[in-house]
Design a protein around this ligand. Structure first.
Ligand code: SR1
Ligand code: MG
Length: 385
């Protein structure tokens, strides 16, 4: 069976049929269900029982936010389940518990993180999460280093490379992050007021060259098993707990992609709050970029093999590569398919100010000389240099 074929017995669940599917995990019977997914890719249900609830997440044979016009491999559900297991083994308790995976329905049964909220949603409301970004830095460092050639034995890496072969989801990233935003792709979405800034981005040859080089690195640098979509919408939090979700984009890729994506999304949050006049909250967001990178560097240093030389140079190289990925991620969320609520939910005036600055910051990160520190990266991203 190729990755594109639907397995015999596969049917898309709905709010009724998911109850029967989830019954074995809800002792005492099912009391109700609802579809709660607001992501771009899959179906997500909450199924309630007498004493607890579970989440059922199912892959559809197409991309949820586009529909049947964009067919997509169901194999992503297997990859997501495998990634959750791998991440939990490397950083216990950092992801929702995987209770089961049904390979026919391509559906996972997951712990329901009822008291948690999606980090992006909380940040839109100016909520502060004192432990989130430290945990995310440690999560990124330990999952990346733990699956890299520096720590992971060659035989295991071969297995990981085979198990996380994820060409279709990588193709989405190649198109939506590294290609479309820098061309006039039909999938882009640009309001007339933003068109002059979007045109400047499209016409910038240095930006186009930098994005193409990153796309090449993304395709070819199989350094570690990356999460592949580590933005603030892929994290659920309480003030004291952080869980990373949605690793269906996981694949053997460049280590800097994860920290780059997270830092780019933090910069978008900063620009959004700055444009709305939320100065104090914007400063908190800026401080969390620092917390994230310091926690990343700290966990990275601890996990680095003792006898291996070159640790600090490697870390600096990761920061420099992260800057480029952050820049591409900023641009794609402004002009591409699948924008972020941080920008799309603003009124026109602040939205335009934030989006124009995001394109300038994204282009600066893509084209600047290698950054020398995390402060350099942040100043380029948000224009405070
Ligand atoms: C079309 S899928 C759009 C985006 O959703 C996910 O969060 C990934 O970032 C993907 O690029
Ligand atoms: Mg997602």
């Amino acid at each position: 069976m190729t990755n594109r074929e639907t397995p015999e017995g596969y049917v898309a669940l709905d709010a009724t049929t998911v109850c029967g599917f989830a019954e074995p995990y809800l002792p005492g019977g099912v009391t109700g269900s609802e579809e709660i997914g607001d992501g771009n890719v899959n179906l997500v249900f909450r199924v309630r029982g007498a004493s607890r609830s579970v989440i059922v997440k199912q892959a559809l044979p197409w991309l949820r936010c586009v529909g049947r016009a964009w067919p997509l491999t169901l194999d992503r559900a297997r990859i997501e389940a495998a990634a959750l297991k791998l991440q939990d083994s490397l950083v216990p308790g950092s992801v929702p518990a995987l209770l089961d995976f049904d390979p026919v329905r391509r559906a996972m049964v997951l712990e329901d993180l009822r008291g948690h909220v999606v980090l992006r949603r909380g940040m839109l409301k100016q909520e502060r999460y004192p432990t989130a970004f430290g945990s995310l830095g440690a999560f990124a460092a330990r999952t990346l280093l733990g699956t890299s050639f520096l720590v992971c034995p060659a035989s295991e890496r071969r297995e990981l490379a085979l198990g996380f072969h994820n060409p279709e989801l990588c193709a989405i990233t190649e198109e939506l992050v590294f290609t479309a935003p820098f061309t006039s792709a039909p999938s882009n979405s640009v309001r007339p007021s933003l068109e002059p800034a979007a045109a400047r981005l499209r016409e910038d040859r240095a930006v186009a060259r930098a994005a193409a080089a990153l796309r090449h690195a993304f395709r070819t640098r199989a350094e570690a098993i990356v999460h592949g979509d580590l933005h603030t919408g892929s994290v659920m939090v309480t003030p004291t707990d952080t869980r990373v979700i949605d690793p269906e984009f996981a694949f053997p890729g460049p280590m800097a992609f994860d920290p780059g994506k997270l830092l780019g999304n933090l910069a978008l949050s900063y620009l959004s709050h700055e444009a709305q006049g939320h100065g104090a909250y914007a400063l908190w967001v800026a401080s969390q970029a620092e917390v994230f990178w310091e926690a990343f560097a700290d966990a990275f240093r601890r996990a680095w093999p003792r006898r291996e030389p070159g640790r600090e140079g490697f870390l600096l190289g990761l920061l420099q590569a992260s800057a480029g990925y952050a820049g591409a991620c900023m641009c794609r969320r402004v002009v591409g398919l699948a924008g972020v609520a941080d920008l799309r939910e603003l009124e026109e005036g602040p939205r335009l100010r934030a989006e124009e600055k995001a394109l300038v910051g994204g282009a600066a990160l893509l084209t600047a000389r290698p950054v020398g520190s995390r402060t350099d990266l942040w100043e380029l991203a948000v224009g405070t240099g």
